[in-house]
Design a protein around this ligand. Structure first.
Ligand code: GBH
Length: 470
């Protein structure tokens, strides 16, 4: 059903679980700043100061990982814990020790780490110099990446440079609902996305030139995408709106890396047309890649996909007369009434959307090796440890992945549930729970309790691994 070396994992991100925001010399990140601002934009003015306190309670997380029988664990490094001001001028040895212990403990338990270098938490010191909007950030990120490859790469074989550049760019710089909270619609997100691609590519080239021979690992970036379908099958307008949706999310990052070295033509022409309409003068809002810099094309050793949900698409949103990504894209996303919602309003449950998206990735990007680096279901409101519905959703989704592998011939190498633990869910604070383990945030011990969905996931792993013991 699944290849015997299939990766069965779960994921977390540093800011969402670690806490210890000032512990042992860690520098502040943009999420520390964003959460601490008065009249803040996070649910209940909550923050990740303590989170799941994984900085101190890592061993409990490891027990959860072992309990589930995972073969892989995806974690992210806190850049500001390792390099408090973001640069290699000053290394925080306590941070290095912490991640060394996590990685060594995992390997001692026969669990392979997949390590994300950047999951939304830029060192504040770098934000103060312009953050991802500054062109200098690419080289600074590259130094950080080299530092991590050098320090941890003897043991880490799967690397993700940047998690969801789409979310950082759009939610952080267009909508202002993620750190750094900027609202500069129609301009900043494209600049940020561009610099993230440059940063990713530089880091991949560094790995390729200086570390690959010795360390023999693989490097990619995690791209989030919904599955999109025309609202009315066969309707030409809906079909082209759907194309624009793909171009402005998945294509934005996947086209440069996997197909042409540049943005999708549909995206560029839509932005150009809208710029013209709005009387925009000056250089293109969607930057161009420089020939003097390392190539973007070919800078991924596998495809890393974060999939949560699906949408129907029709034209719309383009006539608001303002400069914004929405108006550039001119495509409206709608929900199919037959799709159940899970916890949060955006998460329509569409397991078969993942199968279709995987097939689309196979066909569009020349059959790459694919890791599903995130997929999951949330719970809000009263706590339900016996979360039968989430269990069911996981089961259905994994069976769609099986079909994609077996029937569609997609080269899926692994599946990572999001998330190992209930955690700080960004703008939603602790009000939304994505864990396979519940964390009791009301109790100082922050005790972890497995959900039914965690138990079922453990069983699924055993089933497919042919009786791996737990
Ligand atoms: C992931 O992004 C993140 O990588 C992860 O850290 C996070 O915990 C997980 O999602 C669960 O949320 O609120 O209507 O503006 C997934 C992609 C894109 C999904 C933005 C939520 C916000 C919709 N996300 N989207 S809305």
């Amino acid at each position: 059903m699944f290849p015997c070396d299939f990766a069965w994992g779960a994921g977390t991100a540093a800011y969402q679980i670690e806490g210890g925001w000032q512990a042992d010399g860690k520098g502040p990140s943009i999420w520390d700043t964003f959460c601490h601002e008065k009249g803040g934009r996070v649910f209940g003015e909550q923050d990740g100061d303590v989170g799941c306190n994984s900085y101190e309670l890592w061993e409990q997380d490891l027990e959860c990982i072992q309990w589930l029988g995972l073969t892989h664990y995806r974690l992210s490094l806190s850049w500001a814990r390792l390099l408090p001001d973001g640069t290699t001028r000053h290394v925080n040895q306590k941070g290095v020790q912490y991640y060394n212990k996590v990685i060594d403990d995992l390997l001692a338990c026969n669990v392979s780490p997949m390590v994300t270098l950047y999951h939304f938490d830029l060192p504040q010191a770098l934000q103060d110099q312009g953050g991802w909007k500054s062109s200098d950030i690419a080289a600074i990120f590259d130094s950080y990446a080299k530092f991590c490859f050098h320090t941890f790469g003897d043991r880490v074989k799967l690397w993700i440079t940047i998690n969801e550049p789409y979310v950082c760019a759009k939610l952080g710089h267009e909508d202002g609902i993620h750190a750094p909270g900027l609202k500069e619609p129609g301009v900043a997100a494209y600049v940020v996305g561009h610099n993230m691609l440059r940063a990713h590519a530089m880091a991949w080239h560094s790995y390729n030139s200086f570390y690959r021979t010795k360390q023999d690992g693989a490097v990619s970036l995690a791209i989030n995408s919904d599955w999109f379908e025309p609202s009315t099958a066969g309707c030409t307008e809906d079909i082209s709106a759907t194309e624009r949706c793909f171009a402005f999310t998945l294509g934005w990052f996947a086209w440069p890396v996997f197909v042409t070295g540049d943005y999708p033509e549909v995206m560029r022409s839509a932005i150009d047309a809208q710029s013209e309409k709005l009387g925009f003068r000056g250089s293109s809002r969607l930057p161009c890649f420089s020939k003097d810099e390392p190539a973007i094309l070919g800078t991924a050793d596998f495809f890393a996909l974060n999939y949560y949900t699906s949408r129907m698409v029709k034209p719309g949103g383009g006539s608001c007369g303002k400069m914004s990504m929405k108006s550039d894209r001119d495509a409206e996303e709608v929900l199919d009434p037959s799709w159940p919602l899970c916890g949060v309003s955006w998460l329509a449950v569409v397991p078969h959307g993942l199968r279709k998206l995987l097939k689309y990735i196979k066909d569009t990007f020349s059959n790459p090796a694919v890791y599903i680096t995130e997929n999951g279901f949330s719970q809000v409101g009263p706590l339900q440890i016996e979360d039968a519905q989430r269990s069911e959703y996981y089961k259905e989704t994994i069976s769609e992945v099986a079909k994609a592998t077996q029937e569609d011939g997609v080269n899926v190498r692994g599946y990572f549930a999001w998330s190992l633990l209930d955690n700080f869910e960004w703008a939603d604070g602790f009000s939304v729970r994505f864990g396979l383990f519940h964390v009791d945030f009301g109790d100082v011990k922050l005790s972890r309790t497995v959900y039914q969905s965690g138990r079922e996931y453990a069983k699924t792993i055993i089933k497919y691994k042919g009786g791996r013991s737990r």
